[in-house]
Design a protein around this ligand. Structure first.
Ligand SMILES: [Zn+2]
Length: 271
């Protein structure tokens, strides 16, 4: 056992108990008759009557070693329960706005991770029993948001075009925002949910018009522009900002301090 440093609130010391180094505070007392130890949120405290020597303290702590280690573990668990850990990860674009991503680690939460979105943040509520990394939960949530926004817009455009797509796929490839296959299946990149709504509207319109006009002829562009007046603005935004949609979510979720989204990989096609 050794003392480290003293103060009015007692003296800090260390002792090895059950294989681990335990720090405790020694509180000298003129009135106490017996050695006493308590373990709480403040750590281990030993009331030390003035007429007892340090060897007595050491013997006393060894006698109660198993109990002290048990109590320390209990306090540790209580800390976890009382204070869910929370940290701000990076920021991402969501529907064209930069928004903070927070991660809450709550030991009391079980089941799957959950993602909640309010006006100024996206929070990933991490469960103690889920092995899914927060970045994956965030991606799954963004994919869901993308699907519903894309399907909503697609319904509007296909009704006007009087055409119906085969399947609608939400994909994650880095080189394409959207595609219309020969089988009239439409696919869209989930990352479009990060872009301003006009950009998503334009991309959905673009691919939907391919159901009627497969090429990029004048007729194609006239139809796209008539269904989506924001076409030029959206194309310019994609050229200038498309790379901002290619952020690495694991990197965002691993960051402890907010920074602007870092892009990886090159993009893309601008028509
Ligand atoms: Zn096209």
């Amino acid at each position: 056992m050794r003392k480290t440093h003293g103060s009015k609130a007692g003296t800090l010391a260390r002792i090895s108990l059950g294989g681990s180094e335990i720090e405790f505070r020694l509180l000298p007392s003129r009135t106490a008759r017996k050695l006493r130890v308590r373990v709480g949120m403040a750590g281990v405290e030993v009331v030390h009557p003035h007429d007892r020597c340090m060897d007595d303290v050491s013997d006393f702590l060894h006698t109660n070693g198993a109990w002290i280690v048990d109590q320390l573990q209990r306090v540790e668990r209580m800390r976890g329960i009382r204070r869910p850990k929370q940290h701000t990860a990076g920021r991402i674009l969501f529907r064209g706005e930069s928004i903070g991503v927070q991660i809450h680690e709550d030991p009391e939460r079980s089941g799957a991770n959950r993602v909640v979105h309010d006006s100024d943040r996206i929070a990933i509520l991490r469960s103690s029993t889920s092995v899914t990394p927060p970045a994956k939960s965030l991606e799954n949530w963004l994919r869901k948001q993308a699907r519903s926004a894309i399907e909503l817009q697609l319904g509007v455009v296909t009704a006007k075009l009087k055409r119906q797509p085969g399947k609608v796929l939400i994909m994650g490839q880095r080189t394409k925002w959207g595609n219309c296959s020969a089988l009239q299946n439409l696919s869209f990149n989930w990352r479009l949910i990060m872009a301003p709504e006009a950009v998503l509207r334009y991309l959905v319109t673009h691919e939907a018009v391919h159901l009627a006009v497969p090429d990029h002829s004048q007729k194609f562009w006239l139809t796209v522009r008539s269904l989506c007046p924001e076409t030029e603005r959206a194309k310019q935004w994609l050229c200038a900002n498309g790379h901002r949609l290619l952020v690495d979510l694991s990197e965002i979720c691993g960051q402890l301090t907010p920074t602007s989204g870092s892009a990886i990989g090159g993009m893309a096609r601008c028509e």
